[in-house]
Design a protein around this ligand. Structure first.
Ligand code: PMP
Length: 301
């Protein structure tokens, strides 16, 4: 659970969260056209810092371009807005959420009034219990929309409906989450995370094309290669997950979380595997500002 900080950045001004409303009958609510991105901030040894905010904002702009929403602010302005709401929230670790949505109350499929609003909010995470490995499910008919229906690069509200139903189904079956397949039945991603498998010391994740280009995914691929590990982006059959030695999810809030069970069967001994732990520790050091080689990924607030 995330709790939104009371001050939001709305079109260039700080406003109280209660003042930032969207019309109930407007396009964002009725058609799910709101685009968004979620970054994170961390307590580092040099103070509070955002992690790779430029990459998050660039992905937001790309999502907006796909959906056809204008973003009236440039990338540096939206990074600064994030730094401002984070500084004002007073927290030391949490999420930052950028959103772009149609401003008008029209719900017509193609609104005539194309004006948009841009909102940036800091969100504090409630204390979470120590993370145990995830239990995940896969269903042959729980698939991502294919790229010709909806490009996977677009973080748009409407894209999360299918994944939401699939996660509900997984939870009804006793799992924590679901791994969705692509149109061809290969591994794609979880509703809000990318998936990695480890087999015989090689780390693999589905290639771009059917998955969101996760910023944690890119970070972990880079860190794995720096560690001298083989890390590949390839097409993976569903059994690559059930037969993996280790598997993990990556995503901004996680940021790297072991998978311990797939469809009711343990992966290995069901605990966090050695390569998962090594990458997770390495990522934790980067986020804490303890890795000078990647200081540029941290943006002080
Ligand atoms: N896939 C999807 C569909 C997501 O929504 C997310 C969360 N943004 C991810 C993967 C992970 O991306 P990131 O590491 O950039 O948070």
């Amino acid at each position: 659970m995330a709790i939104t900080a009371p001050l939001l950045w709305l079109d260039g001004e700080l406003v109280d969260v209660s003042a930032a409303t969207t019309p109930l009958l407007g396009h964002a609510a009725q058609r799910g056209s709101l685009v968004f991105d979620v970054g994170s901030f961390h307590r580092t040894r040099h103070g509070v810092a955002l992690f790779r905010p430029r990459e998050h904002v660039e992905r937001l702009v790309q999502s907006a371009r796909i959906v056809g929403l204008g973003v009236g602010f440039d990338v540096p302005a939206l990074v600064d807005a994030a730094a401002l709401v984070v500084a004002r929230c007073g927290g030391e670790a949490g999420l930052v959420r950028w959103s772009v949505l149609y401003a008008s109350g029209e719900s017509d499929l193609l609104p005539r009034d194309a004006r948009t609003r841009v909102v940036v909010a800091a969100q504090l995470l409630e204390d979470t219990a120590p993370a145990r490995p995830l239990r995940v499910a896969m269903f042959d008919d729980a698939r991502k929309a294919s790229a010709d229906v909806l490009p996977p690069e677009a973080k748009v509200a409407a894209a999360y409906l299918g994944p939401m139903l699939a996660r509900r189904r997984a939870q009804a079956a006793g799992a924590d989450d679901v791994v969705l397949l692509d149109r061809d039945g290969n591994l794609a991603e979880a509703p809000v995370a990318n998936v990695f498998v480890v087999k015989d010391g090689v780390i693999r994740t589905p290639a771009l094309g059917s998955v969101l280009p996760g910023i944690t995914r890119a970070t972990v691929l880079e860190l794995a290669r720096e560690e001298g590990l083989r890390a590949e982006e390839v097409s993976l059959p569903a059994r690559a997950l059930t037969e993996a030695d280790e598997a993990f999810f990556t995503g901004t809030p996680l940021p790297l979380r072991a998978v311990g069970e797939v469809d009711g069967r343990s992966l290995g001994d069901g605990r966090e595997g050695p390569l998962t732990r090594r990458l997770s520790d390495r990522l934790r050091r980067v986020l804490a500002g303890e890795d000078p080689a990647h200081a540029a990924w941290l943006h002080p607030v």
